[in-house]
Design a protein around this ligand. Structure first.
Ligand code: 0O2
Length: 211
């Protein structure tokens, strides 16, 4: 039995905190060089204990197997402006030596039946504890702003309907997901045209609050 969840989750919190700093640092590196960053913003969370317990029941994961079988207790999200940026971010992550990629799931080209799209990466990340090094699994979700918009709303509706959407709502959400993806495709085409016409725009496509 996990007696003290706060204690158990401490290395996961450290993982999320460290990765948030590092991934935001990637964005800052681009901006400092006056370049457009493929990372728009980064969020992270440790999965709440009730969600962990619910998933353990649903997936038949025992407490002995939790560290190996629950890949998303530590979760990071990287938001990008364009679909192309997602694959650039994935390449950046593949080149890093401070984490090991264990698994990649492309839910962009293989969207989920719900309409969900994102690129998922499961990594092993070493945290340094007083007792020594501990390897922690973390899930990094990389998605566009449009994919994030859809997923955030669908997630909150899911909470309300406990996953049992009425058929009409499911269909509308699938249509909305397609519309969001169409928007991503349109934006990519517009971006290509702008860049071809005016290469200097690359540095100008930056966020409003960036110095
Ligand atoms: P949270 O933290 O509240 O977002 P499973 O968890 O069983 O669905 P699996 O194989 O463990 O699936 O992992 P998968 O599919 O790679 O990633 C699960 C996570 O992806 C979910 O976490 C969501 O964040 C996101 N996700 C997957 N499918 C959907 C979807 O249809 N809609 C939305 N909005 N998000 C999705 P959790 O566990 O839901 O928790």
């Amino acid at each position: 039995m996990i007696q003290d969840w706060d204690q158990f989750l401490l290395p996961y919190k450290q993982t999320v905190d460290e990765l948030k700093v590092k991934l935001r640092g990637v964005r800052q590196e681009y901006l400092n060089q006056n370049q457009r960053s493929p990372i728009e913003f980064v969020t992270g969370r440790v999965k709440p204990v009730d969600s962990i317990q619910e998933k353990m029941q649903r997936r038949h994961v025992s407490e002995e197997r939790i560290e190996q079988d629950m890949q998303d207790i530590a979760g990071l999200r990287i938001m990008c402006q364009f679909v192309e940026d997602i694959y650039e971010v994935v390449d950046i992550l593949r080149r890093r030596s401070d984490m090991t990629i264990l698994e990649e799931r492309d839910y962009i080209h293989n969207e989920k039946p719900s309409g969900y799209r994102s690129y998922h990466i499961v990594i092993e990340y070493p945290v340094q504890l007083v007792t020594g090094e501990k390897k922690i699994l973390a899930e990094i979700q990389v998605r566009t702003l449009a994919m994030n918009f859809w997923a955030t709303i669908e997630h909150s509706l899911n909470y309300k309907y406990q996953g049992a959407f009425p058929e009409t709502l499911s269909r509308r959400l699938q249509r909305a997901a397609e519309a969001a993806f169409k928007l991503d495709e349109e934006m990519s085409e517009i971006r290509e045209e702008i860049l071809e016409a005016q290469p200097s725009m690359a540095t100008q496509l930056r966020g409003p609050n960036d110095s």
